[in-house]
Design a protein around this ligand. Structure first.
Ligand SMILES: Cc1ncc(COP(=O)(O)O)c(C=O)c1O
Length: 379
């Protein structure tokens, strides 16, 4: 079946006991056991529940994986993935990963003897050179948050295969509608479902999609043991959001392209970073591996003062962290999402004081452009 059909139907069968087209929210912590050792497939909601299973089936199909597990946040899922590693294991990461991943690895996981190296993964040579005998994982965000660098997934897939390294790809920015990393050789895909998969900014959640049974067994063990599995109501919300993923992403893409072009032509904007523009350094790579360019745009206004004036004057665009919702959100990465990254690392990776990130929503694009224009007039 096609992507939209799968998004609407996989895991979303009518409820067998009542015929309800939308399956109920199983808001229960525990399940009746008919006899000792005999249950209907569920015993306790930390371990599993029907809404979680339904959502996991759908996400597995959309990403083309073997199985999936959903967590209380993107970070909870990403943390579970890093726990596949042992003390002494080394991981190479994209150097402008989401700030929370930087914090988790450099401030917490290093205390357990894991080692991390950050490189610009948009250049495959950098990655090959950073591989050591102890390297077990390659963790790629593409496009990166917020600098929108694109990494060549096919090149990473062959490198991972040749060097026997697990390739993990964060697919949050594009969703499986625009990019399917497993087709390029990723072993594990992660998502902040808080973003496009849910799409309505009303919950937090994460997904880990696996392709190997041995990883799946370990992630399930971790989820069961640590209790970070997603609750029934939140699973229901994401399942509902995913039904409109395809139409939302099409509109995000149209609006994203229009705003990127508009900003690029605006005299107050120094630089626009959007993989859909021919000026983007990896535009050709993006065209090869993405079916669309999405709606995340970074643009540089040259100084903190200019960024502050814009952010103080937007009316329709909301100054807020997060992304991927139907409403347009605008933020200042250096002081918000990426504040946990040291200033010298931010400077090296292009997260300048004048950089603004916009998550373009699905409102009428003329209204968004008018709002940005009036705010830019204040600079
Ligand atoms: C690309 C990316 N990955 C992971 C995360 C973490 O997800 P969550 O906030 O759901 O824990 C975020 C959050 O902004 C993100 O932007």
């Amino acid at each position: 079946m096609g992507f939209s059909t799968d998004a609407i139907h996989v895991g979303q069968e009518a409820d067998p006991s009542t015929g309800a087209i939308v399956a109920p929210i199983y808001q229960t912590s525990t399940y009746l056991q008919e006899a000792l050792g005999k249950d209907k497939g569920y015993d306790y909601a930390r371990t599993a529940h029907p809404n979680r299973r339904a959502l996991e089936r759908c996400i597995t199909r959309l990403e083309g994986g073997l199985t999936s597990f959903v967590f209380t946040s993107g970070m909870a899922g990403i943390d579970a993935v890093f726990r596949l590693l042992r003390p002494g294991d080394h991981t190479i990461l994209s150097d402008s990963v989401y700030g929370g991943v930087y914090r988790l690895t450099t401030q917490l996981l290093v205390q357990f003897g894991m080692e991390f190296t950050f490189v610009d993964t948009s250049c495959a040579k950098n990655v090959a050179q950073a591989i050591r005998p102890s390297t077990k994982m390659l963790y790629i965000e593409t496009p990166t948050n917020p600098t929108m660098l694109v990494t060549d997934l096919a090149a990473m897939g062959s490198l991972a295969r040749e060097r026997n390294v697990t390739l993990v790809v964060d697919n949050t920015f594009l969703s499986p509608y625009f990019q399917q990393p497993i087709t390029f050789g990723a072993h594990i895909v992660v998502h902040s479902m808080t973003k496009y998969l849910n799409g309505h900014s009303d919950m937090t959640g994460g997904a880990v999609i696996l392709t190997r049974q041995e990883d799946a067994d370990k992630i399930y063990f971790l989820q069961r043991s640590t209790g970070a599995g997603l609750a029934p109501m939140d699973c229901f919300l994401v399942s509902r959001g995913i039904k409109t993923l395809a139409v939302r992403m099409e509109r995000h893409n149209q609006n994203g392209m229009a705003i990127a072009r508009h900003l690029e032509a605006h005299p107050k904007v120094k630089r626009v970073i959007y993989p859909g523009l021919a000026s983007h350094p990896q535009h050709e790579v993006a065209k090869r591996q993405q079916r669309g360019f999405g709606a995340m745009i970074a643009f540089d206004l040259g100084s903190l003062a200019a960024a502050r004036r814009l952010l103080d004057h937007v009316r329709l665009c909301s100054l807020a962290e997060s992304l991927g919702g139907v409403e347009t959100l605008i933020s200042h990465p250096a002081s918000m999402t990426h504040a946990s990254i040291p200033a010298e690392v931010r400077a090296k990776t292009g997260i300048t004081e004048g950089l603004v990130r916009i998550s373009v929503g699905i409102e009428d694009v003329e209204d968004l452009i008018a709002d940005l224009n009036q705010a830019l007039d204040h600079i």
